[in-house]
Write a protein that binds this ligand. Structure first.
Ligand code: GLU
Length: 420
């Protein structure tokens, strides 16, 4: 089962449990629009390379399409379709007025110079700018894209439409219309949900051992935030492998080591392991903050954690999900756990519209409220139907989407711009 089939399985399962109207399920099982483009880019050595790229607009039932852009060597259409679908449900889970979309460029930014990345980004904007816009489709960062790429993106779009349009993209640097707290928002939102969930279950933070897979924006900040909250971080990993120490690792030291050496391997007092071994280590909470399909039917039975917090999109396969649910492992699903990122993107977009900027405290107080309300709603659906938290989250999202579709009428899903 690939990532897209996995996502559709999650949709079908929740729809069946809640006896969702068949028309709503049919509409939401297909992206509204899919754009594939090729991007010729001049490389530093004078050669021309052509990159394949996508923008998938899944649904605008609840507002403009919203979702990040991934730059990754293995990006393909099914992956972007899965991620776009997840965005529709994620925005609905947290009740922010957006639909879902996603973009992807098939490239390896780790092997590209800043100049090459800038030319690629501008070329991508030139190829898709007619179907995006601050009121229509708003991209953001995702795997291997960052605030600098968003700044180039905004600049190129503003140039093409001949007016300053900071709200066309979120995750920008503060100096060009970004929001305070956006860089840590995915991890912070997940930490708020975990904290509240643990308190509800009467679980103590002290002595809770955490393993974090992934050391990009989400994983790195999650390790730092959870450590500060009093959790004991015992394992970390990046794309090259993991480091583990049963008595605890200081993520501040790990971040310093990573910045200096480029890898986590070699961090003082830790033993090295593979990414596969790391997620099977002894711990209470496993934070998945890397890529999709990390916990699957092969390794699910070796997971020791009692709680999984999904900061990545799609890190647990549907088969593993069934197994973990039966075993009593609580999976706090991606569309809830990592929705802090898009929530602060929404705050950034609001600030861009008003040209009035909030304090970090305002951002975090509002983020906390959104995340906790979303968790309550998910738990309500989960308890009502005796399901996993993932099904609870999909039901919570479907409920809002179904109502929006009924209110707008059956033509609602066709309200999109025509492009050539
Ligand atoms: N790429 C992030 C996600 O998957 C953020 C999306 C956004 O801010 O629009 O949720």
């Amino acid at each position: 089962m690939n990532f897209y089939q996995n996502t559709i399985t999650n949709l079908n399962k929740a729809a069946q449990t809640m006896k969702l109207d068949a028309e709503t399920l049919a509409v939401l099982s297909h992206p509204q629009k899919t754009l594939m483009v090729s991007l010729p880019v001049r490389m530093d050595d004078g050669t021309l390379r052509v990159f394949e790229a996508y923008r998938v607009q899944h649904s605008e039932l609840r507002g403009p399409f919203k979702g990040g852009i991934r730059y990754y060597p293995t990006v393909d259409l099914d992956e972007v379709k899965a991620l776009a679908t997840e965005m529709t449900f994620k925005c609905s889970v947290v009740g922010i007025p957006y639909g879902g979309g996603k973009g992807g460029v098939c490239c390896n930014p780790k092997e590209m110079s800043p100049g090459e990345l800038e030319r690629l980004t501008r070329r991508y904007v030139q190829a898709i700018y007619q179907i995006i816009g601050p009121r229509h489709d708003i991209p953001a960062p995702d795997v291997y894209t960052n605030s600098q790429i968003m700044a180039w993106f905004m600049d190129e779009y503003s140039r093409l439409v001949n007016e300053y349009q900071p709200g066309v993209v979120t995750g920008k640097p503060i100096e060009v219309g970004g929001s305070l707290g956006r860089d840590t928002a995915t991890a912070q939102g997940g930490a708020y949900v975990l904290e509240s969930y643990m308190a509800k279950k009467g679980l103590e933070v002290a002595n809770t051992k955490v393993v974090v897979q992934g050391f990009g924006n989400a994983g790195r900040n999650a390790a730092l935030i959870l450590h500060k909250m009093g959790y004991t971080v015992v394992g970390l990993s990046d794309s090259k492998g993991g480091v583990y120490h049963a008595d605890g690792i200081d993520p501040n030291e790990a971040a310093e080591h990573k910045d200096k050496k480029g890898v986590l391997e070699g961090l003082a007092k830790t033993t090295h392991c593979t990414n596969e071994q790391l997620i099977e280590k002894e711990c209470d909470v496993l934070v998945l903050a890397a890529m999709e399909n990390q916990v699957n039917k092969t390794n699910a039975k070796h997971i020791k954690a009692k709680i999984i917090l999904e900061l990545a999109n799609g890190p647990t396969s549907a088969e593993a999900d069934d197994y973990l649910f039966k075993k009593g492992v609580e999976v706090i699903p991606d569309i809830l756990a990592n929705a802090g990122g898009v929530t602060v993107s929404y705050f950034e977009w609001l600030q861009n519209r008003e040209a009035y900027y909030w304090t970090l405290d305002e951002v975090q107080t509002k983020l906390n409220r959104v995340m906790l309300e979303a968790l309550e709603r998910v738990l309500h659906f989960q308890e009502k139907h005796h399901t996993s938290m993932r099904e609870g989250a999909y039901m919570s999202a479907f409920d809002r989407l179904e109502k929006a579709m009924k209110l707008r009428g059956s033509g609602a899903n066709l309200l999109c711009k025509v492009y050539k």
